[in-house]
Design a protein around this ligand. Structure first.
Ligand code: GAR
Length: 211
């Protein structure tokens, strides 16, 4: 069984989707062994507690810069013997010391169709504000491996939703979460734990045969 460590910062609905999928037996070959939060007040921590999953708080505010913070995260990941790290609404970009230590072992969910509306400064509701400002007719979410560049690692799964004329950022965010993020993130985690994702020339290939 692979040790899955989930990193969170806020509401934790993606963490909840993972917990629920695990409860239904849909995460094959792994289990969530720890939740790490960058925010002591994150509601995600209550979700972890309710599910009986140990949680560790490493407050971003207590560290001078991204490098010092990333070193603290790396030490905890090593202590937890992480096999897979899942960024589920984790709002801090991790330094290269973490991505280099866990190559193709960190997965992120981003609420847009990468390479659109991604990279530094694109997180949470801001992503949907920008998509609506641009006037795109389709948006969605991307589950991808994390490398040293923000939102630039190999894409594992993507899914789309239609953008409606009267959408607000909140409405679009919710539609993308419900229809894409909460389904694709647990699916990607299971595919990883089952050894059904291969990487060749920097691209990820998923074996979806019996899905
Ligand atoms: C999700 O939409 C996630 O994709 C996004 O923040 C939200 C967190 O929700 N993540 C990013 O923007 C990271 N770049 P949650 O805490 O309820 O899972």
């Amino acid at each position: 069984m692979k040790n899955i460590i989930v990193l969170v910062s806020g509401g934790g609905t993606n963490l909840q989707a993972l917990i629920d999928a695990q409860g239904r037996g849909e995460i094959k070959g792994g289990r969530i062994t720890c939740v790490i939060s960058s925010n002591p007040k994150a509601f995600a921590l209550e979700r972890a507690e309710k599910a009986g999953i140990p949680a560790v708080v490493i407050p971003r505010k207590e560290y001078a810069d991204s490098k010092a913070y990333s070193e603290a995260i790396l030490a905890e990941l090593n202590r937890q013997q992480a096999d897979l790290v899942v960024l589920a609404g984790f709002m801090t970009i991790l330094d290269e010391c973490v991505t280099a230590a866990y190559p193709y072992k960190i997965i992120n969910v981003h609420p847009a169709l990468i390479p659109s509306f991604c990279g530094e400064g694109f997180y949470g509701l801001k992503v949907h504000e920008k998509a609506l400002e641009y006037g795109v007719k389709v948006s969605g979410a991307t589950v991808h491996f994390v490398n040293e560049k923000a939102d630039a690692g190999a894409i594992i799964l993507q899914g789309t939703v239609a953008v409606e004329n009267n959408d607000t950022p909140e409405v679009l965010q919710r539609r993308i979460m419900e229809n894409v993020e909460w389904k694709l993130l647990p699916k990607a985690v299971s595919l990883f734990c089952e050894g059904r994702i291969t990487v060749k020339d920097g691209k990820a290939y998923v074996d979806l045969m019996d899905n």
